[in-house]
Write a protein that binds this ligand. Structure first.
Ligand code: NDP
Length: 323
């Protein structure tokens, strides 16, 4: 028997005990060590959006752990692994349980130097942040191109994007609704902070050419304002919708300034890009600094933490300890 959080319908989540025989189909079984609470998990746990596609569902879109049984030639008992996305926690039981059974092709072996706890302190948010930072780099944005703006900067994706970009030598401006977290953001490497209220209302077609690049996790008017304030040839990566799913923008920045909008998806991202992102995370993150970003909780703390995340009052990330 093992402990798990289970959604029995959209509104009801219970801390329960399950049997190994209850686990879904898959060719690799994993003793889950850690998970984390992503925005999508908070939506699922609080019943704020229909994230679970069927019930009962164990939420949790990511986890790290150790392989306990494998019919997949690429994985062996004792391998340390990490999983992000692939519909886990949505259509296939996820990481808020002490055991999981999944398809081996969804897994990545933990890179050398990263512990299971570190991997989930980074989590899907950090992995997505790295996908965004790598997309900027791969689209030719260098530290010399000019400053980068990161929205939702105190959140999971934003915090780690600020940290990675600063470490890569970019000048980073952190857009945030939490003025009291200015020191935290400067500590992560931001050069300056901006009040998100400046970007929250309807954007003009074109604004000042301030940014060489952007990591946007917010969408809606914020993304539209960022695009309007991006310099000639600049690149905006978009991965989130914390303000909204709409994009009330115009084509002006694209056709008059050659601005590029690059979408970033972590869930079905091809394996090579995932491996590269995790490799970069292992090499570039200062693990000791991660402890400042993540608060550790147990399965019994997930519901409260998810509510705080939905209320937008959280700085950093939650590490869920399942050991
Ligand atoms: P968090 O909740 O940790 O952070 C979101 C941050 O956005 C908040 O901390 C806050 O930062 C800011 N924010 C919240 N509400 C608003 C608002 N109404 N207007 C403007 N800013 C707001 O979430 P994550 O960082 O984990 O995820 C961020 C987004 O990225 C989510 O929409 C998530 O679904 C998406 N995402 C997408 C992925 C993909 O594969 N495409 C993968 C992972 C996440 P502050 O107070 O500093 O302004």
């Amino acid at each position: 028997m093992f402990h798990a959080l289970q959604l029995t319908d959209k509104e009801t989540i219970t801390l329960t005990q399950l049997d190994e025989n209850d686990l879904p189909e898959g060719d690799v079984s994993v003793a889950v060590s850690y998970s984390t609470i992503n925005y999508k998990d908070a939506l699922a746990v609080t019943g704020s959006a229909p994230i679970a596609r069927s019930y009962p569902m164990v939420p949790g879109i990511d986890f790290s752990g150790v392989v306990t049984q494998s019919d997949n030639p690429d994985y062996h008992v004792g391998d340390k692994v990490v999983l992000n996305g692939w519909g886990v926690g949505e259509s296939h039981w996820g990481g808020f349980a002490q055991q999981a059974r999944v398809k081996g092709k969804w897994l990545i072996k933990l890179p050398e130097g990263l512990s299971e706890a570190d991997a989930m302190r980074i989590g899907t948010a950090g992995y997505t942040a790295m996908l965004c930072c790598n997309a900027l780099r791969d689209h030719g944005v260098t530290p010399e191109s000019g400053p980068i703006i990161v929205s939702g900067a105190t959140g999971g994706v934003g915090s780690i994007a600020v940290y990675i970009l600063a470490k890569r030598g970019y000048t980073v401006h952190a857009l945030s609704g939490k003025p009291e977290q200015r020191d935290y953001l400067l500590g992560l490497g931001a050069t300056d902070t901006l009040d998100r209220a400046q970007y929250a209302e309807k954007a003009r077609a074109l604004g000042q050419q301030l940014w060489a690049g952007a990591v946007d996790v917010v969408g809606s008017h914020t993304l539209a304002n960022i695009i309007a304030n991006t310099q000639y040839g600049g690149v905006v990566t978009a991965c989130g919708l914390a303000q909204g799913m709409d994009l009330p923008s115009s084509v002006a920045p694209f056709i008059l300034r050659g601005v590029s909008l690059v979408g970033v998806d972590s869930v079905y991202c091809p394996i090579a890009k995932r491996q590269a992102a995790w490799h970069d995370l292992a090499n570039e993150m200062d693990i000791s600094q991660l402890s400042d970003i993540a608060h550790t909780i147990g399965l019994d703390g997930v519901e409260t933490a998810a509510k705080a995340l939905m209320a937008g009052t959280v700085t950093g990330r939650y590490l869920v300890d399942l050991k």
